[in-house]
Design a protein around this ligand. Sequence first.
Ligand code: MTE
Ligand code: LUZ
Ligand code: MOS
Length: 751
Amino acid sequence: MKNADLEKHVKGESLFVDDIPEPAGTLYAYVLDSPIAHGIIKSIDFGDIKSAEGFIDVLTWHDIEGENQVGGIIHDEVLLAEKEVHFIGEPIAVIVADSARNAKLIAKRISIEFEKLPVVLDPREAFSKKLLIKPPVIFQNGNVENAWKECSFIAEGTVESGGQEHLYLETQCALAVPKESDSIKIYSSTQGPTVVQRTAAKVLNLPMNKIEVDVLRLGGGFGGKEDQATHWAVLAALAAKKTKRPVKLVLSRLQDLRVTGKRHPYSSDYKIGLTDDGKILAFQVTYFQDAGACADLSPAILERTLFHVANSYHIPNILATGISCKTNIPPNTAFRGFGGPQAMFVMESAIYNASVISGIPVKLIQKNNLLDEGDEFHYGQIAENVNARKCWNYADEIYSFEKMESEVHKFNEDNKITKRGIAYMPVCFGISFTSTFLNQASALIHVYSDGSVGVSTAAIEMGQGVNAKIISIVSQTFSINSDKIRIESTNTTRIANTSATAASSGADLNGNAALIACKNILERLKKSAAEELSLNDYSSISIKEDWIYNKDIKTDLSWELLVNKSYMKRINLSSHAFYATPQIYFDRTINKGRPFAYHVYGTAATVVELDCILGRYQVESVSIVHDYGKSLHHNVDVGQVEGGLLQGIGWMTLEEIKYSDSGDLLSNSLSTYKIPDIYSAPREINIHFLKNSENPFGPLKSKAIGEPPLMYGIGTYFALLNAMRAFNPNVHYQISAPLTPEKVLLALYKK
Ligand code: MTE
Ligand code: LUZ
Ligand code: MOS
């Protein structure tokens, strides 16, 4: 039960794009990007670069033979700036040289004259100036206006949540190699090989069958390479096509931080109404999403925000408005949770303030309103196989909330300047791409004549262990040892029309496709075995641990022997299979449907300790019950819960993205942008999985796991707020994440 890559990673033997041996004649590209956040390009002076050491070529938008366009959902993003620039970091020219160093040095000799235009950095300001990515989107059910009249308590407020840097270890990079007849092979660090292929074809004016994209693995993606690996791959391909030589483009960490998009900051207004016994009757919310300068995936992310308005609760009256605002920062993009965390943070903030106003404990409001079987989500889906209450109750049973609370209470009575706080965080996350058409995948499986197996799918391995899960599926289905199974690179010539590995559905979609392919081959092998054993039908044949059984009696056939005999009989030992998630649909004219195959549930209880003199804090413990269905790989799933939690804690407490007034990223290094390290990790992480949970939509009854655990981190915010209020019950607070130590300190002593 080890992650398939573990040993290679530890020995440093795993290959990433920058490790691929470079073909002879490889050139190196450097991207010259905009130093200003908004303006008109008046002129570009290339000076004497042609005589510079190592100079090979320079490309601008004039060198694009196809369309200068990389926008996927909305066609509003040029690959190379033409007349106007809209954010610091917008690519303007590509310098190609004999070394990466020379390419960068040459770029310094180019000077650009701009006419500056006004810079907008605040989403609400953008909204007031009508700078929108698209018209606002509304999701609603019931009638909030009628419901307010029935409410005993109404709370209103504003919630801010900040951006988040992906900080994948491997920066954005690509290697493009020209092949025969104008075709190009691109090695890219992307979550979406087909997005790269399609965009390269469009920009280079080639049919898609002349672009081959190959991905071995990523050094992390976290959503940052769902859409934004494309630019660099296409730029490398453009340069390779023009120079007719291989071109490599690797962003430095600084450039990667400066020019790529991050999690979307949100600024939101809410109003929540409760009955006296703490039932949430109505919730109204407006989200101002800071999209940055172009759409990228923002509309889809905003939509997922609107799906997750109510987190894990059933609220009969909801009116939610999402507004995607255009500002002059790099286009923000997918990040683990994809707009869901932003919605859930607002929901939990609303409950917190409703509790302050009503005196009803947060825990009671949460528990009273958890989703139940048969409840209708505000987007029309009926909740089935709901595990919200099961996770909550099981967590209460094994961790004892009351005991945890009394320990916190006792600690606070015994200590004057350090205080503890506890908070609960239930999570409900919808699984499936909300754009229904993306929920498809295929697999190509070869059983070679020696019995070894090669598996290709659309899944991209980025550290999340999808390869280990697919190996587990193939190994269980064939009942052969996992060391016979090899996962191939993800390649668009083997697997076409791939959806990005995203939306936590990589293992679901590709695993299901692999399962079908295995079953196809298995059936042929069983028929072949029946023939070998002179049986009339193959229903009594089974394979167990690399050996063939008839009526549970061991035969003389091993897996290898059966495979070889089948090959000699000219039986097809390969299968290409396709999977599309059944039953899902969504009608955007009314924003109702059944967008998700199923939901993932869980509950976390978080205890923090706060030093009220220094403002420093420590997460003491996070105790989780998570619903992973019937796990494909327990250790991988534990790793995903821990990693997601840490990333969520970072977003809520430490990671602060700052731009200057002119739109320059100030938090542009690891000394100014703090991510969680071993010292900021919880002292104790307890993870229990819900028992007896099976998921009819997951391969071998498993559930997706990648994104949902990030949202357990939201509990940390409210645990901290409770610790602050234990020190100073009248503490003046404004809900604004991240709750950094300096913000804590300022709030504690504000008069
Ligand atoms: N885990 C690691 N180690 N590295 C990653 O880049 N990405 C996350 C999550 N876990 C990521 C990760 C995100 S954003 C998603 S959508 C899922 O993994 C994608 O993989 P899956 O669909 O196979 O779960
Ligand atoms: N990407 C996407 C996603 O295109 N659609 C989604 O619904 C989604 N959800 C989570 C993460 N990425
Ligand atoms: Mo994950 S944000 O779906 O790549």
